[in-house]
Design a protein around this ligand. Sequence first.
Ligand code: UD1
Ligand code: CA
Length: 492
Amino acid sequence: MSANRPAAVVVLAAGEGTRMKSATPKVLHAICGRSLVGHVVAASRELDPEHLVVVVGHAREKVVAHLAETDPEVRTAVQYEQNGTGHAVRMGLEALGDSGIVLDGTVVVVCGDTPLLTGETLRKLSDAHAGDGNAVTVLTAEVPDSTGYGRIVRDEATGAVTAIVEHKDATDAQRAIREINSGVFAFDARLLVDALGKVRTDNSQGEEYLTDVLGILREAGHRVGAAVAGDHREILGINNRVQLAEARKLLNERLLHTAMMSGVTVVDPASTFVDVTVTFGQDVLVHPGTQLLGTTHLAQDAEVGPNSRLKDTTVGEGAVVDNTVADGAVIGAGANVGPYAYLRPGTRLGAKSKAGAYVEMKNAVIGEGTKVPHLSYVGDATIGEYTNIGAASVFVNYDGVNKHHTTIGSHCRTGSDNMFVAPVTIGDGAYTAAGSVITKDVPPGSLAVARGQQRNIEGWVARKRPGSAAAQAASAAGRDGRDESPETDGGQ
Ligand code: UD1
Ligand code: CA
């Protein structure tokens, strides 16, 4: 645990986010597998605060429900009317006070719409705050375009921060300042509570500005400090969907950078997309056009892509997954999947097994070395080891009302174009004939044949299609069939 564990982190997430033009509250929009507020909460957790409170307002039912799901330890405070960032922090602190919590130490304030902010930067801010003995420390950044941001006004002689002036309230000279307020602060808890009581609303927006706390504390003779963020892109606040896409790109680049530095080959980072929760073993190879989502894990030497989307899927050591969509699947070591496979939840492929071209699987457990190489649907099935399923087979699992299970043993050879009408069981070492509709259990070691017998009706073309190209071809082959018996049976 850190020496300066903050007493609380307050996350501001009450605003509507009108510019998103969305039925979903802004902070619930997601990038790289996490909501905007989820990213901020996760970064805040790295400070290990005693209390973490998210101030909610607009569409608060949705935001509260989302937080309860993603981080049940988070407290929420309601800001019924969005009267400004200062007011929002006041609501957060009052909610803690109402729960009997007396804050002593540092309070960190962050905005719920800055998903790129890292725990590391928050740590630097909080360390600088504690180290310098400040009443308040603001995280600032030099940005190429400071339009819309609060400007950091510094004393010309000493360089000390004297005030933050909102864009709308700034003079032309102040608008030229490129150092801006990130919206992230560390405060002394007691001084913050005191100063928030003094914030007025005589500004262009008629709001309680959190930023005014700086001037108030400074005038009361307290130390005001600033920590400059190393990378201004980290404090990017999301206001519209263009910025959402920009943040997604930056975060994705950051995640891929980390993966590559730890020994993953990403052939084309620009067309590879990962969620924050994805993990990699060493020497993984990711081809272009690949999306890795949720809790997906690629074990050592796995090779994925091109053009694959894996969600909550584990790819075992050295497995190869090509042009595949998988959701909730477990792919064993050395297995071979695709191209054009679709693995749905509950698919578990054993080591060195195969789900080949145009194969769909769902709730299917496939044993070691078993192959389903071509054009098949395997649903609700258990297949043993080293079995081969013929091309174009369907596990007929649904009777229109219920789903049923098919069990196939080890070392079986099932013919092409089989229908396994579940529930049905095929014993170890059994064979089935091509084109069979298997409705009855097959004992171990048997051959099951379940198809119509072939009849060849000789001379049929000459009689029924006289003069046709087919009839001429048959005649040229010396088999117009006129003199022969009309029908013979083909045999199995
Ligand atoms: C704020 C800062 C500005 C800074 C910028 C950084 C103030 C007055 N201004 O401006 O200096 O450069 O952030 O992005 O603090 N919120 C509430 N309740 C409210 C108002 C806002 O919870 O009543 C939340 C919003 O949901 C948002 C955050 O506070 O997450 C920032 O609010 P926003 O309206 O975006 O502030 P800016 O005008 O961008
Ligand atoms: Ca903002």
